[in-house]
Design a protein around this ligand. Structure first.
Ligand SMILES: Nc1ncnc2c1ncn2[C@@H]1O[C@H](COP(=O)(O)OP(=O)(O)OP(=O)(O)O)[C@@H](O)[C@H]1O
Ligand SMILES: [Mg+2]
Length: 547
């Protein structure tokens, strides 16, 4: 029987109106409960804007207010009550007019948000607001919950600002807050992983952290820089260009005070670069004799078992060289003095492989990398990006790692920062040099803390990083990451970071990060900003040229 369209249309509209009204009336009010004064559970309507990582205020009996952070949330669904309207339809059947009455019915589907979070503070009463730590007696139920006000968010970030704080940017998910996020410099006495997909802003973030660590004057910093990203750390931005990369503007006096402090620490910064034309202020170079007994054969790809004779001959030749500092050319000269086939083979290996032609070998003038590392300069950038071949880059990384491991008993605190760390400590080393690097990184990751050797590793390929290294990173900085497999790997490795927070990383913009570990009070979402100096690397042409 064809239905009367106008009747049907208006009935559907009535049903829709009724459904909307019922959903509105029956929607849960946002409420929270806590049974331990540390964590809380909540339920809220879909319309509450409380993504994981955001901050809320929880008020109990209009009296006590808590400040908390959402860690997890899920959307739950259940069948609600039946609703409907009585309808009348007219129709014609065999020329007879028929009046039919019926009920139009449906079931409501009720959706809401449920989840949990951490109680970060209890707000004191009175005009002088303070946040204090809740205790196990702060238990409550049916407390009202709402997104936190800017005032309380700002208060929280002031409260948790560490004594030696690194000013790295602004909190996200707090649209109108003027707070800035400070990392705890003392927290870098742990290993740190900085990860995120390609072009998400890892090197920029690393630059911000580096500059701030330099300002904090501890610990000693050594950067292995594979893309020449940090070679302009000594070139400050002017006030305008600094404010262009900051979310909050610095006035003239603030700018000058900051840059003055930054200028002061420059005397302790050495940027070592490949020096083909002799123009680099600090050349990145090394003598063959600076390499350790296990590094030298690795560079020549000499295997002690597969190349037994040649390996042995090489060791003997080294004993005959009388100079303290010698080059590969000295080894070839020494080899050419003997008639034995094995010593000829050593010489031929060096000549044919062209390893003696590498640009990284020391010229007469300028210090060797090993000398620079020994002089304990506060901050050193080792620009392996300026070297020509991957083998030279790998060799220099190996020298840096081995230097600190071999001198570990001196207990000199050092933070070794490695960008593109999956090339230095790879899961599957491609050759002996990479294997040595990986093994050193595993040793430092496992035992470095007790000698004061800390790692800060940045990579876009956590799957290619040796898991024994990655799992030792107690601080995590996770930037935009859409790969489910990578997120799952991070979640598995760092089970202390809430999966709810990690899943938000897929939605990040450039420069956004989730930071967890000892360098923050609790997991914090941040936007990195305010690089004091210019970026190097591929971005070199974008910024003004060196004067
Ligand atoms: N927080 C930020 N504020 C402003 N610009 C940024 C920020 N983060 C990154 N950028 C810009 O985005 C570009 C990519 O950043 P960056 O080189 O740091 O990414 P990356 O993750 O290190 O990339 P890759 O995977 O290629 O090493 C650069 O041009 C940089 O200037
Ligand atoms: Mg990078």
């Amino acid at each position: 029987m064809p239905a009367d369209k106008s009747v049907t249309g208006s009935n559907f509209q009535r049903m829709r109106g009724l459904k909307a009204q019922l959903l509105k009336d029956l929607a849960p009010v946002p409420i929270a409960f806590s049974v331990d004064g540390k964590s809380f559970g909540f339920e809220a309507p879909l319309t509450s804007a409380i993504p994981p990582g955001s901050y809320v205020e929880i008020t109990v009996n209009n009296d006590t207010t808590y400040f908390g952070q959402i860690l997890e949330r899920r959307i739950t669904e259940r069948e609600g009550p039946e609703y409907g309207i009585a309808t009348e339809a007219k129709g014609n059947v065999f020329l007879l007019a028929v009046q039919q009455q019926s009920n139009l019915k449906d079931h409501l589907i009720m959706r809401k948000q449920e989840g949990g979070g951490l109680l970060l503070g209890s707000l004191s009463k009175g005009p002088d607001k303070k946040l204090t730590q809740p205790t196990v007696f702060d238990v409550f139920d049916e407390a009202s919950m709402s997104p936190a006000s800017n005032e309380v968010i700002d208060l929280y970030f002031q409260t948790v600002r560490p004594k030696t704080g690194l000013d790295i940017g602004t909190p996200i998910l707090v649209p109108k807050s003027t707070a800035r996020v400070f990392l705890n410099a003392d927290g870098f006495d742990r290993h740190t992983l900085l990860t995120g997909q390609s072009r998400c802003g890892k090197s920029f973030a690393l630059g911000v952290i580096l500059e701030q660590l330099m300002l904090s004057k501890k610990p000693r910093l050594v950067v292995i820089d594979p893309n020449s990203d940090f070679v302009r750390l000594d070139e400050f931005r002017d006030q305008k260009s600094l404010n262009d990369v900051r979310s909050s503007t610095l006035g003239k006096q603030q700018y000058e005070a900051l840059i003055e402090r930054y200028r002061e620490v420059q005397s302790g910064l050495r940027i070592l670069r490949h020096n083909p034309d002799g123009k680099a202020r600090a050349p990145l170079q090394i003598s063959f004799s600076d390499l350790s007994p296990r590094q030298q054969p690795a560079v020549l790809k000499l295997d002690p078992l597969a190349d037994r004779d040649e390996f042995h001959s090489f060791q003997t030749l080294l004993e005959y060289i009388k100079k303290r500092t010698y080059s590969l050319k000295d080894v070839v000269n020494e080899a050419s003095r003997y008639f034995f086939q094995e010593s000829r083979n050593v010489g031929l290996r060096i000549v044919n492989s062209k390893i003696a032609d590498w640009g990284v070998w020391s010229k007469r003038e300028g210090e060797s990398l090993v000398d620079v590392l020994r002089t304990k300069i506060p901050s050193t950038v080792v620009d392996i990006g300026s070297l020509n071949s991957p083998a030279e880059k790998a060799m220099i990384s190996m020298v840096v790692l081995e230097h600190f491991w071999e001198n570990r008993r001196q207990h000199e605190e050092v933070l070794i920062i490695i960008d593109e760390a999956h090339n230095v400590c790879p899961l599957n080393p491609a050759d002996e040099i990479q294997r040595i690097c990986r093994d050193l990184a595993v040793l430092i990751a496992g035992e470095g803390l007790k000698y004061g050797i800390y790692l800060l590793l940045a990579t876009q390929r956590p799957d290619k990083l040796d898991p024994n290294v990655m799992s030792q990173c107690e601080n995590q900085i996770v930037m935009k990451m859409t790969s489910r497999a990578d997120l799952a790997r991070i979640a598995d490795t760092f089970s202390q970071v809430s999966p709810g927070l990690l899943s938000e990383c897929a939605k990040f913009d450039k420069g956004y990060a989730l930071i967890a570990g000892k360098i923050v009070n609790t997991p914090t979402f941040v936007h990195f900003d305010g690089r004091l100096s210019f970026e190097g690397g591929g971005d070199l042409p974008k910024s003004p040229p060196r004067s």
